[in-house]
Design a protein around this ligand. Structure first.
Ligand SMILES: Cc1ncc(C[n+]2csc(CCOP(=O)(O)OP(=O)(O)O)c2C)c(N)n1
Ligand SMILES: [Mg+2]
Length: 533
């Protein structure tokens, strides 16, 4: 096999069926190996967006996402996606071409030092050679998927990709955790978590992305039920506990974040179950005793934990439920009262007679099936979608809340429709984020993806404009021109419509096609954002 064939055989062995990317000269051998091996190649319209598709693909499938770029301008375009997957803790293999090895050290045209670019924004960056390719691929897969997962960048020089591999044994490393539990207690802490739980009157769980990755949702629901314990969920883990579960207590750090933090303050014991502090926006403000339950030790120390239970999150929660039995610490009525208050806060600032952001979310939620996969972009709209969009199952909400890069939602929606063609997919996005990635509508249309894209049209980078307003600065550098989606979308092979009322939105959602993207420009009144943020 040549080097590219070995790379592709590793990807196939790992269950990867799709590669995303944008090729250049040095990609040709890799592309040909992928084609011959029956992989699908999804040609994004830019390396960065293709990389975000690969990230969402990995989130949905649990297998590493793969994206490809050329050298220089291609690899530097890919940096955003590599960094995004790194901070969102998603396994991603990014493969970039490079000039031949003998010229790399001194030649200049399109030559960038990949190791220096990618090392700070990935778990590992290295180059592949014919006599190391199998070992490097084995290590790349292991590093990308090991907790906490993240991105790995691989450089494939032009004189290497087609060369005969001398290191060519395709042998997968273990890709799934079979962990036992490690137990750590801070000095002076009550070291028995069962005693600690039984002694608490107001325990609350804060669940996060590690719990989602670990597939700990069912164990989490059993734990919550046994202890009678409300569960607050970090944004990227939305759906790890169905949001109509009687003990679901809201999403952290989205809209109404003070309301949710005030609720957490009522705890006398906090259980961080797979909560990754990368999602925290503000400094930790709780002084509640905390137990850290995660795949990795609490090395961030962003919150202090008395006890650390490190290992399989679902197994740990099950063991705790079994040992504690039924404790009934909170009544469902108490949690329901909290949720009612949260809902009220969420609708604050609604202007009757206008199309409010929360109206858009409500109408879309009501029109689409329970198992819809939603993605959201970054901006004011994300804060409301993150709190208000009801997610009923794990891996049915795609968002970036680690790097939080604008432009994620549309590529994520495209990946979702590729992975789950039979499910409804809706991508929420601001008009600013949409403008960054609208070229990908051409891809969605070419692939005949019946994806729904909902653009919150406010002619503004609202999240930033609001920060200016709070300092009494004028809106300057934060306004964008209106976009006529009814004209733009058809030019990209999509259906497109502008709506400015809930009834018009309802109407268009009932008439969507199954094999053509539908882009809806929702002309919203941003007053609700100003009232809340
Ligand atoms: C790539 C990138 N650039 C800039 C930002 C900073 N930023 C966060 S939200 C935001 C405004 C987004 O505007 P829009 O997409 O219209 O959403 P809105 O806030 O109006 O809902 C900006 C510029 C970012 N998160 N990512
Ligand atoms: Mg906007």
């Amino acid at each position: 096999m040549n080097v590219s064939e070995v790379i592709v055989q590793f990807l196939k062995a790992a269950g990867i069926r799709h590669m995303f990317g944008y090729p250049g000269d040095p990609s040709v051998e890799v592309l040909e190996a992928a084609r011959a091996a029956g992989l699908e190649f999804i040609l994004g319209r830019r390396e960065g967006t293709a990389g975000l598709m690969a990230q969402a693909y990995a989130t949905l499938t649990g297998r590493p996402g793969v994206c490809l770029s050329t050298l220089g301008p291609g690899s530097s375009n890919l940096v955003n996606a590599v960094a995004n997957a790194w901070l969102d803790r998603v396994p991603l293999l990014a493969i970039s071409g490079q000039i031949e090895g003998k010229r790399e050290a001194f030649f200049t045209h399109q030559v960038l030092d990949h190791n220096r670019i990618f090392s700070p924004v990935s778990k590992w960056a290295t180059a592949i050679r014919p006599d190391t390719v199998a070992t490097v691929m084995r290590k790349a897969l292991r590093v990308a998927t090991a907790e906490r997962p993240g991105s790995v960048h691989l450089t494939t020089p032009a004189d290497v990709v087609g060369a005969t591999a001398t290191d060519d044994k395709v042998m997968l490393p273990p890709l799934e955790a079979r962990q036992s539990v490690q137990f750590f207690a801070a000095t002076g802490a009550e070291a028995d978590p069962v005693k600690r739980l039984k002694g608490s009157k107001r325990p609350i769980v804060l669940a996060g992305i590690s719990a989602m990755r670990a597939g700990a949702g069912a164990a989490l629901a059993r734990f919550a039920q046994a202890i009678g314990c409300p569960v607050v969920v970090a944004p990227m883990a939305k759906g790890v506990l169905a949001e109509d579960h009687p003990l679901h207590a809201g999403t952290l750090d989205m809209a109404c974040n003070q309301y949710v933090w005030n609720f957490l303050k009522r705890a006398d014991l906090l259980l961080c179950a797979g909560f990754d502090a990368v999602e925290l926006i503000k400094p930790w403000a709780l002084s509640v005793p905390t137990i850290h339950i995660d795949s990795t030790p609490n090395t961030d120390q962003i919150y202090p934990a008395e006890l650390e239970l490190v290992g399989p999150i679902g197994g740990i929660l099950d063991a705790l439920s079994d040992a504690c039995g039924s404790l009934g610490r909170w009544s469902e009525a108490e949690v329901a009262a909290h949720r009612d208050g949260l809902r009220k806060a969420y609708y604050e600032g609604r202007v009757s007679g206008k199309l409010n952001p929360t109206d858009v979310i409500d109408v879309v939620r009501a029109a689409l099936p329970r198992d819809t996969i939603a993605s959201t972009d970054v901006g004011s709209h994300k804060l409301l979608v993150g709190q208000g969009w009801t997610t009923y199952q794990a891996r049915a909400m795609l968002m970036t809340n680690g790097l939080s890069s604008m432009g994620y939602s549309l590529p994520a929606g495209i990946a979702a429709k590729i992975v789950h063609p039979d499910r409804t997919v809706v991508s929420f996005i601001g008009d600013g984020g949409f403008a960054m990635v609208q070229g990908e509508l051409g891809l969605a249309s070419a692939l005949k993806l019946g994806l729904v894209v909902v653009v919150f049209c406010d002619n503004s980078l609202n999240r930033i404009e609001l920060k200016q307003a709070q300092r009494n600065y004028p809106s300057w550098g934060t306004l964008i021109e209106p976009v006529d989606i009814a004209r733009l979308a058809p030019a990209m092979g999509c259906d497109g419509v502008m709506v400015d009322s809930a009834s018009a939105l309802q109407d268009v959602l009932s008439r969507r096609a199954s094999d053509r993207p539908l882009v809806i420009g929702a002309v919203i009144d941003p007053a609700q954002y100003a009232a809340q943020f």
